[in-house]
Design a protein around this ligand. Structure first.
Ligand code: NAP
Length: 253
């Protein structure tokens, strides 16, 4: 898909590392000019990613914003619109996972996970929608999780936040389809990242997840790139309100 998206601009949230970083590089390879986002504590890694993307010949803005903070999200979107005039595609990737059983779960842990994963997806999407609507074009790609469909012990709040993203996307698709905007989800399985390691604390857990996967291996961030770039492109023009499981065959449709 090299340069297929020339002239288009995409934003990926929470992308200084992990799945988001791989997707940002994949979109840049496809020709998108990029806006890369993460939270203040990831500034150095985010700047390094932006440099890597510029070295590929793409324009790239690195913008710090906490996706769960309405004012910061709007400041980020205003900055992009002022400089680039548009955002063609967004990938709502920023997410956190704090493991806890339901019995031990605190209000603060519940709120933190909901705020980043569910509210962050809502806030970023809402801020960008008027600009997509005005141009009659947009691709919204939300990184949910197979956790939002099945879920694992100690992740009830995480699973609930991802189920919220899936439901949000289904309704969004119905609201914005007439304006040329599609909204879809990618549901990764067990992907080896900083977050993914929460599921891989010891060899017994690694073995359990490998055995649960039809392809008999864990995922790498690059495994998520193709499906995410597909949903951000015109190749998926007649798909909306859908979710793609990218899990090596843990969940089977
Ligand atoms: P990761 O390596 O932890 O990367 C997530 C990034 O998002 C981090 O840089 C993180 O910064 C950043 N972030 C956290 N809170 C933020 C906020 N409020 N605003 C902006 N950025 C923020 O995670 P990953 O494994 O790549 O996960 C990416 C997405 O895939 C997440 O939505 C996750 O739920 C989903 N997913 C992952 C897996 C998996 O197995 N890895 C499976 C299914 C779904 P800090 O680290 O400093 O907080």
């Amino acid at each position: 898909m090299e340069n297929q998206q020339g002239g288009r601009t995409a934003l990926v949230t929470g992308c200084s590392r992990g799945i988001g970083r791989a997707i940002a590089l994949g979109l840049a390879r496809d020709g998108f000019d990029m806006v890369v986002n993460d939270i203040e504590r990831q500034r150095a890694d985010l700047e390094a990613l932006a440099e890597e993307i510029r070295a590929m010949g793409r324009d790239c803005q690195a913008l710090i914003a906490d996706v769960s903070d309405r004012a910061q999200v709007h400041a980020m979107v205003d900055t992009v619109i002022a400089r680039s005039g548009k955002i063609d595609a967004i990938v709502n990737n920023a997410g956190i996972l704090i493991a806890s059983t339901v019995e031990n779960l605190t209000d603060e842990q519940w709120d933190a996970v909901m705020d980043v994963n569910a509210k962050g997806t809502f806030l970023v999407t809402q801020a960008i929608l008027p600009h997509m609507r005005a141009r009659g074009y947009g691709r919204v790609v939300n990184i949910a999780s197979i956790g939002g469909k099945v879920g694992s012990p100690e992740q009830a709040h995480y699973a609930a936040s991802k189920a919220a993203v899936l439901a949000f996307t289904r309704v969004l698709a119905q609201e914005v389809g007439e304006f040329g905007i599609t909204a879809n989800c990618v549901c990764p399985g067990i992907i080896v990242t900083e977050m993914g390691r929460t599921n891989l604390a010891d060899q017994a857990n690694v073995d359990k997840w490998v055995a649960a996967t039809a392809l008999r291996r864990l995922g790498q961030p690059e495994d998520v790139v193709g499906p995410a770039c597909f949903l951000a492109s015109d190749a998926s023009a007649f798909m909306t309100g859908q979710s793609l499981n990218v899990c090596g065959g843990i969940v089977l449709n």
